[in-house]
Unconditional design. Sequence first.
Length: 523
Amino acid sequence: MPILPPLAQRTVPAVLARALARSPDKIALRERGRALSYREATDLALEWAGGFARLGVGRQEPVLLMLDNHLDYVCLWLALSLTARIEAPVNTAYVGAILAHVMGDCGARVVVIEARYLPVLAAVADRLERIDTVIVRGEGQDVALPARIRRLPLSALAGAKAEMAHVDPWDLIGLMYTSGTTGLSKGVRVTHAHAYGYSSPEIYGACDEGDTNLVALPLFHVGGQWKGVYNALIAGASAAVLPRFSAQTFWDDVRDFGCTYTLLLGVMAEFLLRQPERASDRDHTLKRVALVPVPNDLEGFRKRFGIATISSAYGSTEGSVVILSPMGGAEPGMIGWLRPDFDARLVDENDIEVAQGASGELVIRPHEPWVIMAGYHGMAGATEQAWRNLWFHTGDVMRQDARGMYAFVDRRRDAIRRRGENISSFEVEQEIMTHPDVMECAVVAVASDATEDEILACVVLSQGSQLDGPSLREHLKPRLPYFMVPRYVRVLDALPKTPTAKIRKQALRDDGLTADTFDASAK
């Protein structure tokens, strides 16, 4: 595996400086109807960085971005990263208490937001005492904000350009909020060196200079922003940014942009396989695909779409991409091998290493500083717990085969993976408990017909309540992002508990979908 550049060179300013010296007029970013060269993208980013400076946003100060997928998002992220400011991306499906927590926790004063998300911001604005400026991209939403908050158009950032700042690899590039498992979502403090190592084609074997990377994942997630756009920029390649993934138009997008590489979630590959077969299925430019996780019908995907070179990997926002297979080395049910610049163990609940072939929680430790998270924002206790006994605990259970290849087994935590999103059962439960007829609840993952989870909400109702599954789902729709609304609802007389009154979620998982479970997909 190639060696990463020296730590000091693993920053966004260093990456862009190399690209500008090598090929400033090469197309860096594309979307429908628009393309930006490396020079144009850098100039626009530095112009907007000058606007942030005029607003008083200082070095290592966060700015919230609640935006759709487009080149403006990329250039706003670059504006912050090139000038030592911090991006705090917001999932565009967030509403209510979850949105208020993320926006309030990060400490930002300035929000850049799509006009169509202004209503959900306005609904929680009275809880966001620190925010004083909202910059709106687009028009069409006449929404009142508190008088203390000034509202500006995106064009207000235009003006004199800033200079690239000196950025050290330990400077923060982002506060990336990842779902809480025993509490509210936590802000992961991400350094420049961490983001580089997660994104780098030197590690992942992804883009090279001649590639065009199709980015179909959301830019507010590390998969879209880092493995998509930043991966391409590090390589000196091009990134084509889609508004969203569509199985119906995916191959047309590949052909139209001439894309040669992409990252897909396993469930996205399954959606592509479920599309009606076409004579043009193999008529495209895509040559290499990273699939995370590898779908069961990997061979069917290879044969139908004519893509032999497929890789896979395991990573997390906190811990970088630490396990990967080489390009062409993906296997169903397996992930890959440990990176040579990390140590890893599989341990039991007491952090004792398990025997070869047994399942255990993956704990990791890097050989270099600043290449995994710098802690959870404002949560020293959670940081200490994650780093107990001098190893970072991923919370994910793995096993190794005789070759040393890792396979994912399960999540030790109560987080749920659905629609490409990590979901906190705690946060879903908090919103369920807002219904006046709910006395207790527990949310667990159950198997779906894809490679990811579905959500089962088990509820105990107050005496005399007539609440049913459809009514509970309707209650939750305006309170939760669509991907967090449970598909299944089961009403119980009581939740199973331990002698110390803790809910036994494993018992609910073991019961699974019973005859009295409401299934929203059947309606």
